[in-house]
Design a protein around this ligand. Structure first.
Ligand code: SF4
Ligand code: SF4
Length: 431
C-alpha cells in the first residue's frame, strides 16, 4: 500500500526503541548481585498464566474488583490487538497481508474478538479517566503520564475504527457484519455522514498512519515511565520469588573473601531488583497495605522503589555511556542517605504485606534487609530504638540496662537461694 512510508516509520520507530532498550538492558547487566531464577519452571509458567495473563491479583480484592477487571480488559485487549498491529504494518507492504492461518474462519473469529476488545479497551480507558476525575483512590498518584497513556490508547482505538470503517465503506474490505460488528458500524456512521469517497479515503488512510505512528510512539515512550511494566511485567511475574515464604538470602560471615556485606550501591542489587524497579506500575497497592506507612512511619514502599528507579534512570547515561570517572561517580555513591534515608529502612516490619498485594510480584523485604545489613555490618549503624538496647546488652547483659548488682533483686523475699549460698544444685535458674 505505502511500503516506503511504512518502512521508514517502522525503521525509525524500532531504531529509537532499540536504542532505549539497549540502555535499559545495560542497566540490568550492570547489576552485580547474583540471583538464580530458572528453577521450578512448571510453577513459573503456571504463575504466568494465573497472575499475568489471568490478572488474578488485580481482581482478588473485593474493593479493587472493578478496577482490576477493567485493567484486565485493557491488558487482554493489548494481547489480542498486537496481532492486528502486526497485520496493519504488514498491509503497508501488501494490502492483502494477514498472519499465517488468519485468512479464513480463524481470521473471522479473530476479527470478531478484535472488534469486541477495541470497545472494551476504550471502555476501560473511560473507566480510568472517570476514576481519576471522580473517585481518586488515595493510593493512586495522578500524573501527566497516566493521562497521556489513557488518551493515546483511546486514540489508538478511534483510529482503528476510522481506518477499518473507512475501508469497509469504500468496499476495499469486504466484512461480514457478524464477524466485524464494530468495523461495520463505523462504516455505517461514515456513510451516514455522507462523506465523498475521496474524503473517506483520506480520513481512513490518515487514521492508518496516525495509528501506526501512535503504536511506535507508545512503544518508545514505555521505557521512560511507569508504563514500562507493559513490557516487563510478564518476565517479572515469571521470575517471581519461589523460595519458601519469608526466607531471606543468607549471608556467609565465614567467607574471608567477602569484603562487604549487604547493599550500599545501586549496582550491588541483582538484575531482578533492577527488573522490579522497571516493573513498578505505581499502583500503590503495596503502600495501602503497609503497616509502617499506615502508622505514619517514614516508609512508603511504592516511593522507596520509585526513588531508587529515578536514581538509576537519571544516571543511566553516565552508567552506560560515561567514562570511568563518571561511572565511578554514580556507582560509588551510597544509597543511604543520599537516595533513601536510613529511617525509611528501619521502619519496615518485614511483614511482606506489600509483596502479597503487588500484582507484579515486586520484592521489598530482601532489598530492605540487604540495605540494613550493610548499615549494621559495614557502618555499625543501628536504628535509634535498637541502639540503647544493644548498648545495654553489651554493658549489662540484658536489654533493659539493669546493673549486675541488681540482678537478684527480683528474688528478694522469695526464699530463692543463690549459687553462692548453695553451690550444690540440681537445677540452676540463670537470670
Ligand atoms: S514488609 Fe515492610 S514495606 Fe512491606 S508492608 Fe511490611 S512494613 Fe511495609
Ligand atoms: S510495588 Fe507493586 S504494588 Fe507497589 S506500587 Fe509498584 S506495582 Fe503497585
Amino acid at each position: 500500500m505505502y511500503p516506503v512510508a511504512v518502512g521508514l516509520l517502522l525503521l525509525l520507530g524500532m531504531a529509537a526503541f532499540a536504542y532505549t532498550m539497549n540502555n535499559r538492558i545495560a542497566l540490568i547487566r550492570m547489576a552485580k548481585g547474583k540471583d538464580w531464577r530458572f528453577e521450578k519452571l512448571t510453577d513459573r509458567v503456571k504463575a504466568l498464566f494465573v497472575y499475568a495473563f489471568g490478572q488474578k491479583r488485580m481482581m482478588n480484592r473485593k474493593r479493587e474488583f472493578w478496577s482490576g477487571l477493567w485493567h484486565a480488559f485493557i491488558f487482554w485487549g493489548f494481547c489480542v490487538l498486537s496481532i492486528r498491529t502486526v497485520t496493519l504494518f504488514g498491509q503497508g507492504f501488501d494490502p492483502g497481508f494477514h498472519l499465517p492461518g488468519f485468512g479464513g474462519a480463524l481470521g473471522n473469529f479473530y476479527n470478531l474478538n478484535k472488534d469486541i476488545f477495541t470497545v472494551l479497551v476504550f471502555g476501560g480507558c473511560i473507566y480510568f479517566l472517570i476514576r481519576r476525575f471522580i473517585t481518586m483512590p488515595d493510593r493512586i498518584s495522578i500524573s501527566a503520564e497516566g493521562w497521556a497513556i489513557l488518551f493515546t490508547i483511546m486514540s489508538l482505538m478511534i483510529t482503528e475504527w476510522l481506518y477499518d470503517g473507512g475501508q469497509i465503506a469504500l468496499g476495499n474490505h469486504h466484512a461480514d457484519p457478524l464477524w466485524a460488528p464494530v468495523g461495520t458500524l463505523a462504516a455505517k456512521v461514515i456513510t451516514a455522514f455522507g462523506w465523498q469517497p475521496g474524503t473517506t479515503h483520506a480520513v481512513s488512510i490518515s487514521s492508518y498512519f496516525i495509528h501506526l505512528a501512535l503504536v511506535l510512539g507508545f512503544l518508545n515512550f514505555l521505557p521512560y515511565g511507569k508504563h514500562f511494566h507493559i513490557i516487563t511485567a510478564l518476565p517479572n511475574v515469571f521470575m517471581r520469588n519461589l523460595k519458601p515464604y519469608g526466607a531471606l538470602n543468607p549471608i556467609n560471615l565465614e567467607d574471608e573473601n567477602i569484603t562487604t556485606f549487604g547493599i550500599d550501591k545501586i549496582n550491588e542489587f541483582s538484575w531482578k531488583d533492577v527488573m522490579d524497579m522497571y516493573t513498578c506500575t505505581e499502583c500503590g497497592r503495596c503502600t495501602s497495605q503497609c503497616p509502617a506507612y499506615n502508622t505514619d512511619k517514614p516508609l512508603n514502599p511504592k516511593q522507596f522503589l520509585i526513588e531508587m528507579k529515578d536514581f538509576l534512570v537519571h544516571h543511566s547515561d553516565k552508567i552506560v555511556n560515561g567514562n570511568e570517572e563518571q561511572k565511578a561517580e554514580v556507582l560509588g555513591q551510597s544509597l543511604v542517605p543520599q537516595v533513601i534515608d536510613s529511617e525509611i529502612l528501619w521502619s519496615c516490619t518485614t511483614c511482606r504485606a506489600c509483596e502479597e498485594a503487588c500484582p507484579v510480584f515486586i520484592e521489598y523485604v530482601q532489598k530492605i534487609v540487604d540495605m540494613r545489613r550493610h548499615l549494621v555490618l559495614m557502618r555499625g549503624e543501628f536504628p535509634a530504638e535498637a541502639q540503647a538496647t544493644l548498648r545495654n546488652i553489651e554493658n549489662n547483659g540484658n536489654p533493659w540496662g539493669i546493673g549486675f548488682d541488681e540482678r537478684a533483686n527480683w528474688a528478694k523475699g522469695l526464699g530463692v537461694p543463690t549459687l553462692a549460698e548453695k553451690p550444690e544444685v540440681e537445677v540452676l535458674y540463670w537470670v
